[in-house]
Design a protein around this ligand. Structure first.
Ligand code: B12
Ligand code: SF4
Length: 446
């Protein structure tokens, strides 16, 4: 028996390559690969960097689906099903929209695969494959099997992706993690994580967790165990972590070079609207940022625009805020209304969704605003995101921030990463906008 695994790409502009900053190793595939019993043969196509061989001899096709790749995933599934192959889909979008995904697959998996992949494969072998399998939030593997993409490693960014836990206790209304894990959090054993890190090719790590500090005792144990490994790592955190001086010190000592902080907005009303007000206590934001910088950890600040209190002034103030703190990098994205989130339901109820299934819409491109903001037009929102991002990534701004960074840390890796990432973003800001979601298969055949 053979399984063909597919990571669908989002599409690319004609004649251009897939965005470099999105080319990370596909950890999902390595995790699925380790969960599949040894008796199965397997192969993998990474749609971002190679053509899929639809004529391949295979028994089962596994496709992982995110909202941005759903349209492409459904196109790929149709090609395989036309050739009589059985297609199974799983991942974020399938978990958030199982009824929709079922229309395009022979079976779908909702939630985590660990506890149910065995029964799915058994049913397939017995000829009794069900339409839907539902897994509970869990995490249950020792070592992801990266051999599935060992031949493509050179094409990916030189960063190792490792998962230490899944989910998050918070419930921010716009967030797909909240929609998927419903305030659950689970983590792996520290010993397994350390063993995995020792097998990884690169010494710079991205812990893909959404909330590594959901269990502080676990985080402490992990960071203590990381110290002797002398790696450099980054992850996503919320600003409130800086209230814990001890934790900050431990993070730094264990190799943390940068954290991605979802500030989302500098406006308190917006934060309340998205149920993330808990991140901001009046007056302490600047102090917490300074504490993080002072221990030598850099910040990738992420902002989302389009909430009800946003207007052009918010963009100006956010850019000033970014320049004041000289962030390592910053993201200026418009609000993405992901399905099965509370934000989706409330915008839909208010009649503010321009398209209810934007991810399947013909002609939908990256950067297109799919809802009606309160104080801006959709076009203004899109244009401001692009122009303020451009301002932040101007060479003058990069140079100034690079100088500040050198005063904050002498780490070779962090300074190197700063230049590599900022220069990449400088050139990619304009390239991102207008990327089509889903490829034209006719084009692909030429
Ligand atoms: C690493 C990462 C990236 C990397 C690389 C992405 C990649 N595809 O490899 C980068 C930084 C480039 C990136 C970019 C983007 N990302 Co991203 N990313 C992640 C992150 C942090 C980790 C993914 C991962 O490896 N998880 C670990 C694996 C093991 O978990 P898993 O995929 O859920 O798989 C389990 C199950 O879902 C299931 N399963 C999954 N697939 C399948 C398939 C089958 C057949 C079966 C049976 C089971 C199954 O089994 C697995 C084991 O239980 C996730 C958040 C997260 N914690 O998962 C966001 C996440 C996937 N990204 C997200 C988004 C929005 C984006 C961007 C659009 C952001 C932007 N505005 O630019 C881009 C899109 C780029 C693209 N798709 O090409 C969203 C997707 C939401 C959604 N509704 O789809 C997430 C969930 C983040 C979030 N907080 O909302 N991302
Ligand atoms: S935005 Fe961050 S803190 Fe909020 S639910 Fe999502 S992962 Fe958790």
């Amino acid at each position: 028996m053979k399984i063909t695994m597919i990571l669908p790409g989002m599409g690319k502009k004609k004649g251009e390559k897939y965005l470099k900053t999105w080319l990370m190793e596909p950890l999902t595939m390595a995790v699925l690969n380790t969960l599949i019993p040894d008796t199965y043969e397997r192969e993998f196509f990474d749609d971002r960097i190679e053509r899929i061989n639809y004529e391949t001899e295979t028994d089962l096709v596994f496709i992982t689906v995110e909202t941005y790749t759903a349209k492409r995933a459904y196109q790929v599934a149709a090609e395989f099903r036309k050739r009589g192959k059985t297609v199974v889909m799983g991942g974020y979008h399938v978990t958030l929209c199982p009824d929709e995904a079922e229309l395009y697959a022979d079976a779908v998996m909702v939630g985590n695969a660990e506890q149910i992949i065995g029964s799915l494969l058994q049913d397939f072998e017995n000829g009794t494959l069900q339409k839907r399998y539902t897994g509970k939030p869990c995490i249950g593997y020792k070592l992801p099997d990266r051999s599935i993409y060992a031949d493509k490693m050179k094409k990916y960014l030189p960063v190792s992706l490792v998962e230490t836990g899944r989910g998050c206790y918070h419930n921010c209304e716009f967030c797909s993690i909240a929609g998927y894990y419903h305030s659950h959090y689970i983590h792996r054993d520290v010993a397994d994580i350390i063993d995995e890190i020792k097998t990884c090719k690169h010494k710079v790590f991205f812990f893909v967790d959404d909330s590594i500090f959901s269990d502080k005792a676990f985080a402490r144990e992990l960071f203590e165990a990381l110290k002797p490994l002398k790696i450099v790592w980054t992850t996503q955190v919320t600003l409130d972590i800086a209230r814990d001086d001890d934790m900050l010190r431990l993070m730094k000592e264990s190799g943390c070079g940068m954290v991605l902080i979802g500030f989302e907005s500098i406006n308190a009303d917006n934060l309340r609207q998205m149920n993330k007000g808990w991140t901001q206590r009046l007056g302490e934001q600047d102090e917490l940022i300074q504490k993080i910088h002072k221990v030598g950890i850099s910040i990738y600040a992420s902002f989302v625009f389009g909430f009800d209190s946003d207007n052009e002034e918010t963009f100006k103030h956010t850019l000033d805020f970014c320049q004041k703190h000289q962030f390592f990098t910053a993201a200026f994205n418009h609000l993405l209304i992901f399905p099965s989130t509370k934000t989706y339901e409330s915008f839909k109820a208010d009649g503010r969704l321009i398209s209810e299934q934007w991810w399947l819409e013909d002609g939908y491109t990256f950067g297109k605003v799919t809802f009606q903001p309160k104080q801006l037009t959709p076009d203004e929102l899109r244009a401001y995101c692009k122009s303020y991002k451009n301002d932040f990534y101007r060479f003058g701004s990069i140079l100034k921030r690079g100088g500040t960074l050198l005063k904050r840390t002498r780490s070779f890796w962090i300074n190197l990463a700063f230049w590599a990432i900022n220069v990449m973003f400088h050139y990619e800001v304009d390239r991102r906008v207008g990327i089509p979601i889903g490829d034209n298969l006719e084009d692909e055949k030429k």
